[in-house]
Design a protein around this ligand. Structure first.
Ligand SMILES: Nc1nc2c(ncn2[C@@H]2O[C@H](COP(=O)(O)OP(=O)(O)OP(=O)(O)O)[C@@H](O)[C@H]2O)c(=O)[nH]1
Ligand SMILES: [Mg+2]
Length: 309
């Protein structure tokens, strides 16, 4: 199955809801206040955010939309919405880089986020992708308090037959990160994925622990981490926004990963997430399997979101 098909299937909960409601709303080939009001409601309900939803409706009000006879009205509206959404999301696309840059010894990718957002799974999937590009991959497990967390990452490592570095249970997470970076460099790896423990953004001791991990990684290898991915659970919708600044306060977040878009009808949340943070969406996840994660593509995402073939 192609990525686009996976993405489309994954976003089905959102796209079915939007499609059904658009069909019900645009029964006549005309735009009036009543349909515009319904449209705004539909957009808000899919978590596109208040501002984007209102802007889209205003744009549509001012646009002389042409309804060809051979196309259902809701399809015409969908095409309009997609074009507008793609414009807003253009800057959100950024390639995922795994290979070290010229003169760089090793690329370090740090994964951070609240509990259960999908960090370990994302680390596993990204590692497999990097390996498929011919790179030497390794993992570092910094969640030294929870054995199950280390084992979970080790499983991903076994699966693609690469090393997973850690320290004994109870060790300092910063020390585990430090050790992993030094070991990965010594072993001649190209890219190291550092998985961290989940932490709620309002737990200050855990946030300062992350600050320390971030700092220590930079000491082990100047310039590292080269990428800090904040992994967000898509099922919480635009509430995920409240997590971003807290993580930005303790480390330099370089991009967002949104997971579990297959488990929610709030799949529009990428819009407010990007427009309000200006952080690129580095990858999106639509399932638990290795192939259920890929880089973000505005056109493919909006097509999936709106159920456009
Ligand atoms: N449906 C679906 N499930 C996902 C996706 N990504 C992760 N999961 C599942 O979400 C659950 C939590 O994922 P983890 O990777 O363990 O999350 P985590 O952030 O490492 O969790 P902690 O380490 O406990 O903070 C697991 O059951 C994953 O299989 C996704 O894109 N779609
Ligand atoms: Mg984990």
């Amino acid at each position: 199955m192609s990525w686009f098909q996976r993405l489309k299937d994954g976003l089905q909960k959102t796209s079915e809801k939007i499609s059904d409601q658009l069909k019900e709303t645009f029964t006549a080939r005309k735009i009036d206040d009543e349909v515009l009001e319904s449209l705004e409601e539909i957009l808000i309900q899919s978590d596109l955010g208040l501002k984007t939803s209102m802007d889209l409706v205003e744009k549509l009000r001012k646009t002389k939309l042409i309804f060809p006879d051979d196309k259902p009205a809701h399809e015409v509206v969908k095409a309009f919405l997609q074009e507008e959404l793609v414009k807003q999301l253009e800057g959100a696309e950024e390639p995922l880089v795994f290979a070290p840059e010229e003169g760089q010894l090793l690329r370090v990718v740090l994964l951070v986020g609240v509990n259960g957002s999908g960090k370990t799974t994302t680390a596993g999937k990204l590692g497999a992708k990097a390996q498929a590009q011919g790179l030497k991959v390794g993992y570092g497990a910094c969640d030294t308090f929870r054995m199950a967390a280390v084992e979970q990452l080790q499983e991903w490592a076994y699966r693609i037959d690469v090393p997973c570095y850690t320290l004994p249970q109870g060790s300092d997470p910063g020390a585990a990160a430090h050790r992993a970076v030094l070991q990965a460099a010594e072993d001649g790896l190209d890219v190291l994925f550092l998985d961290t423990a989940g932490r709620l953004q309002n737990k200050s001791h855990l946030m300062s622990e992350l600050e320390k991990i971030y700092r220590v990684v930079g000491k082990a290898l100047p310039g590292a981490p080269h990428e800090v991915l904040l992994v967000l659970d898509g099922t919480v919708g635009q509430n995920a926004l409240s997590q971003v600044s807290a993580f930005q306060d303790v480390c330099e977040v370089t991009g967002l990963v949104v997971t579990k878009l297959d488990g929610t009808a709030k799949g529009g949340m990428i819009l407010p997430l990007y427009t309000e943070t200006n952080l690129p969406i580095k990858a999106i996840g639509v399932g638990e399997k290795i192939k259920d994660l890929d880089r973000f593509d505005a056109k493919a995402y909006t097509a999936g979101l709106l159920g456009i073939e």
